[in-house]
Design a protein around this ligand. Sequence first.
Ligand SMILES: Nc1ncnc2c1ncn2[C@@H]1O[C@H](COP(=O)(O)OP(=O)(O)OP(=O)(O)O)[C@@H](O)[C@H]1O
Ligand SMILES: [Mg+2]
Length: 255
Amino acid sequence: MSFLSVSNVHHTYFSKEAATEALQDINLTIDKGEFVSFIGPSGCGKTTLLSIIAGLFEPTSGSVHIENQEVYGNKDLSIGYMLQQDYLFPWKTIEENITLGLKLLKQEKKSFTNVASSLLSDVGLPPVEKKYPRELSGGMRQRVALARTLAVDPKILLLDEPFSALDYQSKLKLEDLVSNKLKEYGKTAVLVTHDIGEAIAMSDRIFLFSARPGKLHQTFLVPEELRTLTPFEARAHSSYSSLFQTIWKELESLE
Ligand SMILES: Nc1ncnc2c1ncn2[C@@H]1O[C@H](COP(=O)(O)OP(=O)(O)OP(=O)(O)O)[C@@H](O)[C@H]1O
Ligand SMILES: [Mg+2]
């Protein structure tokens, strides 16, 4: 039995003026500890599918299960969500932001400071727990967002273009950090990205979607020799560029 399964998912958005068919007949499974990416043209339904996997809303039809439990309406499943913007609360300190999820889970208060400081060092940040988000750079804020996501020990991490607002150097560093941490913590993850290179460098498998309506077009298995490298090293490997070319051509044929 797969860790996560998306079964016959269709989704249509209805407004007064129009019905937009965002996803059509999506079926896929993800194994425990696997890192997969969703890529595809703008508007092909990547964010919609990620939100459905997160249980944020119910698909028009079909279902998503994690360890045999349906995600929609399930309060016991902890799912981590990391977005392009970090959504840190500006009026809260870094420590309060990191431990927010723990407070919601009503965990014991006295350990919060320790949790925050150990997670900060884990994501490569100096002790900034008493600072406010405005005092940190974009890359540092995304590290805090990662620490906050890991704090609640989620079953799965859903990452919707978390690096796309960063400068190139910060992005490469964060890719390595996220990949490393998720391996260390043995987490399953789904990354949405527009960057084919990032998908190849970080993933075990890549799902390519086509648009209008969003359908699963093709699945690519990242070769073993790339999967054992860090994202930064993978980008320099000879297998990387041939897979890049293949996916690039396929994506072009869809646009
Ligand atoms: N809340 C909404 N109401 C109506 N239509 C929506 C809504 N959200 C998304 N859509 C439509 O559903 C389709 C899929 O959108 P979605 O945001 O999932 O695509 P995406 O692949 O994430 O795009 P991008 O790469 O630009 O982020 C698009 O046609 C979009 O206009
Ligand atoms: Mg999107």
